[in-house]
Design a protein around this ligand. Structure first.
Ligand code: CA
Length: 719
């Protein structure tokens, strides 16, 4: 280790508090000089005790150094800093290591994920971070591998395939190192897979245990840690339905947290497949462990407790969002369950999942202590019954029961998605990157939407409801209805303390510090700091690019740094279409930015935008062809190219595609696979020649109609 002397001195000063009780060294140096876990420490509060940068001087922050990254796709990772080295993972599951003070690149590692695997990634080819322990760095890849590198050299130590690559599994989440094991989940619940979490040995990648989150579809034992709880309780929470064909979903694609106090491992479980509970499970049963937080014994993977936030999930309400471990003072209860004025210290976890309620859960037993809304206008449920722990639902929300469409707030993108929240023990507030993205749900009305396919979402809803009608006022209303917010939530009071409005949804994760600060980047390209107690804005810097990731902070040679990735990307920009609003045309620049007080480095001038030629071919499709094309577009194309084909700045704006004029050129991409290295694989197994042509006529129609009617609302985006 180049800086071993300094590291040893730091370790002695801090009484080696970066070592956990079992010596695995997974928690951070307590003085905050390192950010050694993706969420700062094992508690994942994303709160740093550093205060050199504080509310009185944060306006003097400037750029110390920056590094441009290779891929203009979503960058979602939080930088991790250990032993004066800064590590990031990027789009396409690449890893980079830098000198954290100077920015010198030390090494990089490209696992060479095949480009066509991108079609199995619901939400872009992103990666949310690495884990590091005792000189080993761990990360997952889009094609389901878990890889261990030497953190000093970048040399590969081992890799193991954690998924079946004939199925649409992916890994986008960060692994966690717990007691000489590395724990990883996976994604794919929109397409249809069976979720699980696996523990591997840090030394050689051999499997220690696996926990499935949904039952074995053949009713057999898996030989896994989860067998016992399924046989005992969870199997009977499932009815007859498509889950037996699809795998049921329940992927653990993000949050995995180790509780050092109680020696328990928690993970958040995703949505069901299909979303539609009527098709998935015949409308019967709670479907454990979908949309639940599950606690297991970290040594064996055996079930300890669970809390299901959304029983019988049917709106893509995942519980995969970031889990924070905390202790708070809470009113003592009498034996009859009455609250008293006396408080006691409670071991809790905080969770703000997609469904819009903020949960305080007793982590000794999984009991619900509080569930209160952190956003406005929630309409699927009016609240929670604390005695049963269950939501009080609006019956209209179960569209498969009423047979009527339901526009839900929140929608499938959530009141809060993966963007990490943070907790400041001093202010007592949790800072949530929240959003308002309504979504319509209805049962599939066509065979096209109903039929399961190897490519494309298989979620059991009708896609027409997600496609805006040809009406300028509706376009404007969709933009106005889709917003973002920084929410400071007080878990003790069970209510919002303050909020900051952002012009568009899908803003960056947050970080808070002892300098009474909370930091957040925005989807419209600003990096901001606010007073943690009051929400007063103290800094707003133009970063040229939309930001979705969360920052981290560290200190070297008595200087505090703040590091973060820029770029647009992930699920919302892909699918949003018109509703992307103010964020739609903001550039997407993949870059690592590191700031410090008085930093004087400038970003390079933005490249000149290529001139947009918006000259669509004459519309020659018949109304029937265009209608067919619209239905096919909704079924197969919308989730990556956005509603109405308006583009997002990183997948192409199809309305200005040069291939529109040529049947052959168009088909060479759609069914010929000409762009498969970018994830646009051939859809020849799904689409007939006449359907490919119908799609072309639909996009030509989009191009002509939007040019004539809403050019001011959805201008094309140049590259
Ligand atoms: Ca999902």
């Amino acid at each position: 280790m180049r800086r071993f002397g300094l590291f040893l001195a730091t370790c002695l000063l801090a009484a080696c508090q970066n070592q956990t009780a079992d010596g695995s060294g997974t928690s951070a140096v307590s003085d905050g000089s390192e950010w050694s876990n993706i969420g700062f420490s094992a508690k994942e509060q994303r709160h740093s005790p550093l205060d050199q940068i504080n509310e009185s001087n944060v306006a003097e922050l400037g750029i110390a150094w920056f590094k441009d990254l290779p891929d203009a796709r979503g960058q979602e990772a939080t930088p991790v800093v250990v032993d004066d080295k800064l590590y990031i993972s990027t789009a396409w599951s690449k890893v980079f290591a830098y000198d954290a003070k100077t920015g010198e690149e030390l090494w990089s590692y490209d696992p060479e994920v095949p480009g066509e695997k991108a079609v199995d990634a619901c939400c872009d080819v992103v990666n949310r971070g690495i884990a590091i322990s005792r000189g080993k760095l761990f990360f997952g890849t889009i094609d389901g591998r878990l890889i261990a590198l030497d953190s000093n050299t970048g040399a590969r130590l081992w890799e193991t395939q954690t998924t079946d690559n004939s199925k649409p599994y992916t890994i986008t989440g960060a692994p966690r190192v717990v007691k000489n094991m590395v724990i990883i989940g996976n994604g794919g619940a929109e397409f249809g897979v069976r979720g699980y979490v696996t523990a591997y040995s840090v030394s050689d990648g051999s499997q220690k245990w696996r926990f499935y989150t949904v039952p074995n579809p053949e009713g057999k034992a898996d030989g896994a840690a989860s067998d016992e709880i399924f046989a005992k309780a969870a199997n009977k929470t499932w009815g007859e339905g498509e889950w037996k064909e699809s795998g049921g979903g329940g992927t653990v694609w993000d949050s995995i947290v180790y509780d050092e106090d109680l020696d328990q491992l928690y993970f958040g479980v995703g949505n069901g497949n299909p979303w539609n509970h009527g098709l998935r499970s015949g409308g019967e049963g709670d479907n454990l462990f979908l949309s639940s937080i599950v606690a297991v014994n970290p040594d064996t993977g055996k079930y300890l407790w669970h809390y299901q936030e959304t029983p019988a999930e049917t709106w893509d309400y995942t519980a995969t969002q970031h889990i924070i471990i905390a202790e708070i003072d809470w009113p003592k209860e009498t034996e009859e369950g009455e609250t008293t004025a006396v408080t006691e210290r409670r071991k809790v976890l905080f969770h703000a999942p997609k469904n819009g309620f903020f949960f305080v859960i007793d982590r000794t037993n999984g009991r619900l202590m509080s569930a209160e809304p952190f956003v406005e206008n929630i309409n699927w449920a009016e609240g929670y019954d604390l005695k049963t722990g269950r939501p009080i639902e609006n019956p209209e929300a179960r569209f498969y029961k009423t047979g009527k469409p339901f526009v839900s707030i929140p929608g499938a993108l959530g009141a809060h998605n993966w963007h990490p929240m943070s907790y400041n023990p001093k202010s007592g507030l949790v800072y949530i990157p929240a959003q308002q993205i309504p979504q319509g749900y209805e049962v599939p009305t066509s065979d096209l939407d109903r039929k399961r396919e190897r490519l494309g979402f298989n979620v059991g809803i009708g896609w027409a409801i997600g496609q805006l009608p040809d009406d300028k006022d509706v376009y404007k209303a969709a933009i106005a209805a889709t917003t973002g917010k920084l929410v400071a939530f007080d878990p003790k009071a069970g209510k919002v303390a303050w909020t900051v409005d952002h012009p568009a949804a899908w803003n960056g994760g947050t970080m808070t510090t002892a300098g009474n600060l909370v930091f957040q980047g925005t989807s419209v390209g600003l990096f901001k700091a606010f007073a943690a107690d009051s929400g007063e804005e103290l800094l707003s810097m133009d970063m040229q690019s939309g930001i979705v990731a969360a920052p981290s902070t560290y200190m070297i040679d008595d200087e505090q740094y703040v590091a973060f990735l820029t770029s647009k990307g992930g699920a919302f920009p892909l699918v949003a279409g018109v509703a992307g609003g103010a964020s739609r045309t903001v550039p997407n620049i993949p870059r690592l930015v590191v700031m410090k007080l008085g930093g004087r480095t400038s970003l390079p001038a933005l490249p000149e935008k290529s001139e947009v030629v918006w000259n669509p071919p004459e519309p020659t499709g018949t109304p029937a062809q265009i209608a067919d094309g619209k239905a096919l577009y909704g079924r197969f194309c919308l989730v990556c190219h956005g509603d109405s084909a308006v583009g997002n700045g990183f997948t192409p704006d199809l309305r200005i595609s040069g291939t529109l004029a040529s049947e052959e050129a168009w088909a060479s991409i759609i069914t010929g696979g000409a762009l498969k290295q970018h994830g646009m694989v051939s859809f020849s197994s799904q689409l007939k020649e006449s359907q490919v042509e119908a799609l072309r006529h639909y996009v030509i129609d989009r191009s002509n109609w939007t040019k004539a009617n809403v050019a001011d609302v959805t201008a094309p985006i140049g590259r």
